[in-house]
Design a protein. Structure first.
Length: 75
């Protein structure tokens, strides 16, 4: 898509971590964290797990939590 359209695609990983072990999760995120993708949106019900994995791969990230339809950016 990057070559065809001239910009990297956006990627959404919606709650896939419950279905994968930690090794596969880490492999998946390392694979998509390169320059081939633009923004990557990841949803997960376990923010401790998500933070531990993502923080180990990149510092270029933001965490947003939603509760009852209210979105809050976390530090």
């Amino acid at each position: 898509m990057k070559e065809g359209y001239g910009f990297p695609p956006m990627l959404l990983l919606d709650d896939v971590f419950d279905k994968l072990d930690l090794g596969r999760i880490s492999n998946l995120l390392e694979m998509v964290a390169g320059s081939e993708f633009g923004q990557i949106f990841i949803t997960d019900s376990n923010k401790v797990r998500l933070r531990s994995i993502v923080d180990g791969i990149t510092t270029d990230r933001a965490y947003i939590e939603t509760v009852d339809g209210t979105f809050t950016r976390e530090a």
